[in-house]
Design a protein around this ligand. Structure first.
Ligand SMILES: Cc1cc2nc3c(=O)[nH]c(=O)nc-3n(C[C@H](O)[C@H](O)[C@H](O)COP(=O)(O)O)c2cc1C
Length: 314
């Protein structure tokens, strides 16, 4: 996809309201990723449909009441496409194969310009090997790729023994882009109620180091586009991500903290930096600090690690 700037809004609650989608476009978003449609939501809808089909006294009113969110999701994509001119990227969130993946096709039919598959899975079965888990991800990616013709991005977690190997296999299955990285939201504990409570910790600027390192390592080694996600909150962050090779920089927490208008501030900061250092376009700096020329990126990263802790002054 051709985007006017690298500033993309990642999957977030903003996309739930058409009004916000328009405001994000006005603030300078070059594309918007929709909040995810979850595998579980789709499965639930299918179960409901099955229950309705076997219920004897099903009334129209009842059917209307159970009209569930997957259908609304598609409708929202259609509406967003009417309201804005920038690309809309839908997001499917799951990890297992099954009939739920047919929503990829429905998403394409509803007008989405691309699909992001968010692999959010906590592999916690001690009898399931890492290899089995990885193969099941790859099968899911392949099955979704075969159902759509729009671009497919895969949003990954950083928790693989060898991200480079996994990234390569994902791209071989047909993903055109990798989104590094997904963020996991572990629950907290409420000490008064003495139970677990859901809790979203918004990211902080230091969180961008991990995707920044990995994009630097993978750029030009893996043949795909790279989207950086986590901790990006300023124009300088976008410049840094571009320098290591990111094609786009995604923003979520910074907008939740500072409001939608923060996006235009970030865009202006990028412009200011380019003017200051007299760069005609971001293309001229893309990948200038990637690790492409490093023969052994693992050893290189270890050297940086040793230098960092040895140089720390107390
Ligand atoms: C409230 C909230 C909702 C989110 N919803 C989704 C989602 O539906 N699907 C998804 O893939 N990521 C989702 N994310 C993750 C973001 O898209 C993003 O990858 C993550 O927050 C890291 O980027 P950031 O540092 O800019 O926030 C959500 C994040 C937050 C804070």
């Amino acid at each position: 996809m051709e985007l006017k700037t690298p500033l993309v809004v990642s999957a977030s609650p903003f996309s739930k309201k058409i009004d916000n989608i328009k405001r994000l476009e006005d603030a300078g978003a070059s594309a918007i990723v929709f909040n995810s449609l979850f595998e579980e939501q789709i499965r639930l809808e299918k179960e409901k449909k099955f229950l309705i089909s076997i219920a004897r006294n099903t009334s129209e009113k009842f059917i209307h009441q159970v009209k569930s969110s997957p259908t609304d999701y598609l409708e929202k994509i259609r509406k967003a496409k009417e309201v804005v001119n920038i690309p809309i990227i839908a997001s499917l969130n799951g990890f297992s194969q099954g009939p739920w993946t047919e929503y990829a096709q429905l998403i394409e039919e509803s007008g989405a310009d691309a699909l992001e598959l968010c692999l959010y899975h906590i592999a916690a079965d001690k009898y399931c090997s890492s290899q089995e888990t990885e193969i099941s991800y790859l099968q899911l990616i392949e099955s979704i790729r075969n159902q759509i013709s729009i671009p497919l991005a895969v949003k990954l977690s950083p928790f693989f023994s060898n991200i480079a190997n996994m990234a390569q296999r994902i791209v071989k299955k047909g993903a055109e882009a990798l989104v590094l990285f997904n963020r996991f939201y572990q629950p907290d504990i409420d000490l008064t109620k003495k139970k677990m409570v859901p809790n979203v910790l918004l990211s902080s600027p230091s969180d961008m180091r991990l995707p920044m390192r990995w994009i630097a390592i993978l750029k030009d080694r893996i043949d795909c586009d790279f989207a950086a996600s986590s901790g990006i909150s300023s124009g300088n962050d976008v410049i840094k991500m571009t320098m290591v090779g990111a094609d786009i920089s995604m923003v979520c927490s910074a907008l939740l903290k500072n409001g939608i208008s923060h996006l235009s501030i970030m865009e202006q900061e990028v412009k200011n930096w380019m003017e200051k250092y007299e760069y005609p376009s971001l293309t001229s700096i893309k990948g200038c600090i990637s690790s492409f020329n490093v023969t052994d990126p693992g050893a290189y990263e270890r050297l940086w690690y040793i230098k960092a802790i040895n140089d720390y002054k107390i």
